[in-house]
Design a protein around this ligand. Structure first.
Ligand SMILES: [Zn+2]
Ligand SMILES: [Zn+2]
Length: 801
């Protein structure tokens, strides 16, 4: 809980405090302050007499010096010992004696001025308000150097009972107490009755953020309606401090590259609460430290792509579906749109999993052209990204590449929707707001950014949680964004990208390296980070691994410090570390790595993929086919071709599955360009001259996947026939592949090149460091009957360069 008026200690010197306030305080608390030695026997006697007469402790009779001793005293106040009233009184009296003795001692060392100054800075003037300066700024929006009579009297009355008299919550009580102080002051009757008649004059003070742990947040609260006096924030202090430190540390490294602005937002998924929000690496920075990076409108780069894929999964796309990674032209409203991958390289047919995991542009544009930019824009609006306020036609297909502008706060809330399984919660940065009477103010959370531009008033519906994606679509999206193998082609591997807990990550980079984004999603948390420049100019190639991603990783690690890295061997149903748990009704099936179709026996690359049980099996891969070739001519063999010249050869064609959003046969030129062997279209010349002699037909691509299902002992990774490259620029320790398999035995035994390498349990992974050469990897598991089952793959590791 943080109160709006929270101001950490900002000391004020006596000469910065209006003498009227000193006068009011002495009238209220300690008339003989300047003459007594620290204890006022007359006041103490009168208090004792009152207490004895009433039988209760109703008056302290303490001097300001005694009160200061109590404020300075680190000891907690006497503990209420229950029903034994005498115990309380005795400990209270004992404490009073000790305080009196200490007050006398303090007076011999400190001047009266020094004591007053310390008192004014330590006394409490309201809930969470320490010191007169903080109180003055909160209540009256100015410093205590000039106060009106009634302001001085009000402040002087508060330390007696700062919570009960808090003028923001109990204005009537505060006013009574103020007028009592006015009665005790030596002023003429007219002035007094004038002052007594005045209202408290409490303003909804803009906070003084420079001293807060969340200054930008405090500054945003200043925009709340005036009747709000107190707010409860979902802010988690230690997380906020951690987030500020993480951003500051990383930004220090990026200074030379021109990055000088950034922001962090952390959302607790199940509650939707914003638990941390950092608006800049350094609030005190004179130029732009106060600019709120979580609210800045910036281009999201690739960071909108996951929402398009999730939307497509809702509509029947599978992670195994093929998208074209080709330099295609897409007609747009303002001409022809030709997206290019950053590398300039195009990969032909790519599975949706690979396209999203590597954030390739051309497949995403093809996908958006299928979904429709206008419908995607509607989806983004329902995810709270209302700053995208131009018509869909103006963004066109570039929308998926981040031509619009969004805020970090909005985008993090949109990502939290994916982490939450598809239900969108509006950004919640205020838990509760109270007015001066302590009643809740409805809808305290600030309107989402730029809602004013929403012409059809659709925003009302967006303030309530609403479902946008199904849990299945969210799971598939998260399973892709957490797939270390799938993203390795574009992002490589390394400690930053390998998580001991299930984490989906997405980065984004806008054109010319202006903006650098990273989002991290776990079951419980969503972390969003933006790094850029305050002026909106380019940075010097700040990549995700140097910028936002590092901040995001630090925070995710901090948030998952306590999470067990291993769920233990006793619970086979427990979620595997590093993997999201699929919803009910999902299973892994083997698919062809190239076609995404159920793997056939001829497919050289098989990969596991998640499918809904209700998803019917389509026919097995027909992209890989075996053709009988006459080795003498390289053409199709004929019936008369001598048997010793006939051999089977594997060819690749774009088979029966058409890529999403593209005409059939679109990959043929790409296959040719890649130099992939296409099956010959002609047969060898006939040697028998028999008119009945025919070319041998192409063989069928093989039995259906189901029939080809091997025994239950399977190596999931690596895939048979894979070729790995050792990257000479990366440390050798980071270049390992995960050995991953399943079997029905309790223990899985891995052999590499004939030697036992490791023993794992079902679902566990073990890493094998790459070494150049050709390697055979064998997995053996012992079924219950004691019969060993085996699966084997061969891989090649080459030295990259
Ligand atoms: Zn295949
Ligand atoms: Zn022939």
């Amino acid at each position: 809980v943080i109160r709006r008026a929270e101001h950490p200690f900002i000391p004020a010197c006596l000469n910065q405090i209006d003498p009227l306030f000193v006068e009011a305080t002495l009238a209220a608390e300690d008339r003989r302050f300047f003459t007594h030695p620290g204890v006022d026997p007359a006041a103490a006697l009168r208090a004792a007499w009152q207490n004895i007469r009433s039988g209760r402790m109703i008056s302290g009779g303490s001097t300001l010096t005694q009160q200061l001793v109590n404020l300075l005293d680190a000891q907690p106040p006497p503990v209420n010992q229950g029903e034994h009233g005498r115990d309380i009184r005795e400990s209270a009296w004992g404490r009073k004696l000790r305080t009196a003795w200490l007050a006398l001692a303090l007076e011999t060392r400190w001047s009266k001025k020094h004591i007053l100054e310390a008192y004014f800075n330590l006394a409490s003037y309201g809930t969470d308000l320490q010191g007169v300066r903080a109180a003055c700024r909160t209540y009256f929006s100015h410093d205590p150097d000039t106060l009106t009579l009634e302001q001085a009297a009000l402040l002087a009355a508060l330390p007696q009972s700062p919570v009960r008299l808090d003028p923001r919550r109990r204005p009537a009580d505060a006013r009574t107490a103020r007028n009592r102080v006015l009665q005790r002051m030596k002023i003429d009757g007219g002035t007094r009755s004038n002052a007594e008649a005045r209202s408290l004059g409490i303003v909804a003070a803009p906070p003084v953020p420079g001293t807060s742990i969340a200054p930008h947040w405090m500054a945003r609260l200043a925009q709340l309606p005036h009747q709000v006096c107190e707010v409860r924030l979902p802010l988690d202090r230690s997380l906020q401090i951690e987030a500020s430190a993480a951003l500051r540390d990383v930004m220090l490294d990026l200074e030379d590259l021109g990055a000088d602005a950034g922001g962090v937002v952390v959302i607790h998924n199940s509650s939707g609460e914003m638990r941390a929000s950092v608006g800049s690496p350094d609030w005190e920075h004179p130029g732009h430290g106060q600019v709120d990076g979580t609210m800045a409108l910036r281009q999201p780069g690739s960071a909108l792509k996951p929402f398009a894929y999730a939307m497509a999964f809702e509509r029947g796309l599978r992670p195994s579906s093929i998208l074209p990674d080709l330099p295609l032209s897409h007609p747009g409203t303002d001409g022809v749109f030709r997206p290019r991958n950053y590398s300039g390289l195009h990969r032909g047919p790519v599975r949706a999993r690979i396209a999203l995991a590597n954030s390739w542009n051309a497949p995403a544009v093809a996908l958006l052209s299928e979904l429709g930019a206008a419908e995607f824009l509607d989806l983004l609006h329902s995810l709270g990204l209302n700053s995208l306020d131009r018509p869909a036609g103006e963004y066109g297909l570039g929308l998926i590449l981040g031509v619009g502008e969004v805020t970090l706060a909005d985008l993090t809330a949109a990502y939290a929707c994916l982490a939450r399984g598809g239900v969108f919660f509006p950004r919640m940065e205020i838990l509760e707001a109270l007015d001066s009477e302590g009643s809740p103010v409805p809808n305290p959370n600030p309107e989402q950014s730029r809602t004013l531009h929403d012409p059809d008033g659709a925003t009302a519906a967006q303030t309530a949680p609403h479902r946008i994606f199904g849990t299945d679509a969210c799971f598939l999206t998260l399973s892709i964004l957490s797939d270390e193998e799938a993203r390795a082609p574009a992002f490589g591997r390394g400690p930053l990208l390998t998580f001991p807990y299930a984490a989906a990550i997405k980065t984004g980079t806008s054109s010319d390296w202006r903006d650098n984004w990273a989002f991290g999603l776990t079951e419980e948390w969503t972390v969003g980070v933006w790094v850029g420049t305050a002026g909106g100019g380019p940075m010097d190639r700040v990549s995700g691994t140097r910028g936002a991603l590092r901040v995001m990783r630090k925070l995710l690690d901090y948030l998952h410090e306590d999470s067990p890295g291993d769920t233990g061997p006793d619970d086979p149903t427990a979620a595997e570390p590093g993997r999201f748990t699929p919803p009910w009704g999902f299973e892994r099936r083997w698919i062809c790595a190239l076609s995404g179709m159920p793997a056939g026996p001829r497919c050289p690359g098989r990969v596991p993929e998640w499918f809904s049980l209700s998803d019917p099996q389509s026919r097995a891969c027909d992209w890989h086919l075996i053709v009988e070739i006459d080795s003498a001519s390289g053409l199709l063999a004929r019936e008369c071709t001598p048997e010793d010249r006939v051999h089977e050869a594997l060819f690749v064609q774009s088979g029966s599955v058409d890529p999403i959003g593209s005409p059939p046969g679109i990959f043929e030129p790409w296959f040719r360009e890649q130099g992939l062997p296409l099956p010959p279209s002609r047969a060898s010349a006939c040697e028998c001259l028999d008119p009945q002699c025919r070319p041998l037909h192409r063989l069928s691509p093989g039995p259906r996947f189901d029939d080809a299902a091997p025994a239950s002992t399977r190596i999931w990774n690596p895939v048979d026939g894979s070729v790995y490259f050792i990257d000479p620029t990366l440390p050798a320790a980071q270049q390992a592949i995960a050995l991953e398999g399943s079997g029905d035995g309790v223990e899985l035994v891995w052999f590499v090149n004939g030697e036992e390498y490791a023993r794992t349990r079902h679902g566990e992974r073990v890493f094998w460091p790459l070494s150049p050469g050709c390697h055979e990897i064998v997995l053996r598991s012992h079924a219950h009957g004691g019969q060993a089952r085996v699966d084997a793959v061969r891989i090649v590791v080459e030295e990259g360069g």
